[in-house]
Design a protein around this ligand. Sequence first.
Ligand code: S3P
Length: 445
Amino acid sequence: MAKVLIAGRALGALNGEIRIPGDKSMSHRAVMLAALAEGDTHIEGFLSGEDNLSTAAIFAQMGVAIDWHNAAKSALTVHGVGLHGLREPVGVLDAGNAGTCARLMVGVLAGQPFHSVLVGDASLHQRPMARVTDPARLMGAHIDGRDGGSKLPLAIRGGALHGMDFEPKVASAQVKSCVLLAGLFADGATRVREPRPTRDHTERMLPLFGQPVVSEAGWIVLRPTDLLTAPQATVVIPSDPSSAAFFAVAAALVPGSSLRLPAVGMNPRRDGWRRIFTAMGGVVTMVNSAEVGSEPVADLEVMASRLHGVTVAATDVPDAIDEFPLLFAAAVLAEGEFLLHGAAELRVKESDRIAVMADALNAAGAQVEALEDGARIVGTGHLAGGCTVDAHGDHRIAMAMAVAAQCADAPITIRNAEAIATSFPDFVPLAQQLGMNLQWSEAAG
Ligand code: S3P
């Protein structure tokens, strides 16, 4: 039976410490590089959300053995088969809801001298894929698919690829990473120049597997190789800043709160939400800065804060791209105008995040104007709630609305929220532990 998430005003301050699960983007990349390396890679802090489990299952279908070391599936050993050791899959490869899995796998599959078919769920089948199939074809892969290969399902027969210089039109870490992964199978150097810098987890992680990535005059350069080597040291994945942000914003919104989030990933290309939220008056302090693997981490300390609207700088958009549903919710509960432009990419995420968030927040009594490439929000510091909204199967919409509801006058019922399990399966129990007011309920009718 379908479930709904019912979220209402927090009954008291949100106090304590919450350990956030591992980073989704890094978990995908760790399994991919480990599978393509020679030797065994030990990974800890893996996020066992549905998206990452899809990536692991896809490599298992191509002959990669994975040992899971705990019930939570956060620790694993991947028995890498080397760059040329994957086997032709018998069945279709299912990326589920995961755009990162699908787009990065296009790069991996482009390098394989066999046939594969990549599919996903209904949402993923609507999302643009030409941004990755075009460069993979330019490098030499044969790709056919729906709508000329611009939508899943895709049929890929890869093989001998050529390196190339590529300048994507859209600032996308998924596109960049697809091309770099294909570059592992290319006979020359692969170079990418981005319109704006995006998350660089692929570039930071490849050197752990013995493959340097250098930056030359604005180009990200991967030289030809035929070997990735499993790292001696365990690959430790820090807590996901995109997941941490939900609790940080909730604690800032609920009066009297004080929250600590240990060892959260602080990659500057993921930290846009904190810069924007701090500019809005959110009190989020970084302490105990350190390095984990090749990524910066820090503990975050959050205090209840008085928030006001801001105009988001265009340069902050890629660094906060996943946090705008949450920032929209915060903006409604802040005072004054919040203005976002330059974020048209939000329309092609797991849902059209501009339209879906505007509908959901306005149903709850907010003043959100959806713009083609962003939103204008008139914050009143107040939300009526007392409505049912639709998360459209988008995990971040569901969690953002659950956070907004902590300050609403009346509860908000969130339909199609089960997708929370794609990126943050522990969200509801951890939120309850912190004192947030939310619970699953059977949907009526
Ligand atoms: C991701 C990149 C971003 C982000 C997604 C994860 C990644 O997508 O929205 O959640 O892991 O590379 P785009 O590259 O499409 O902006």
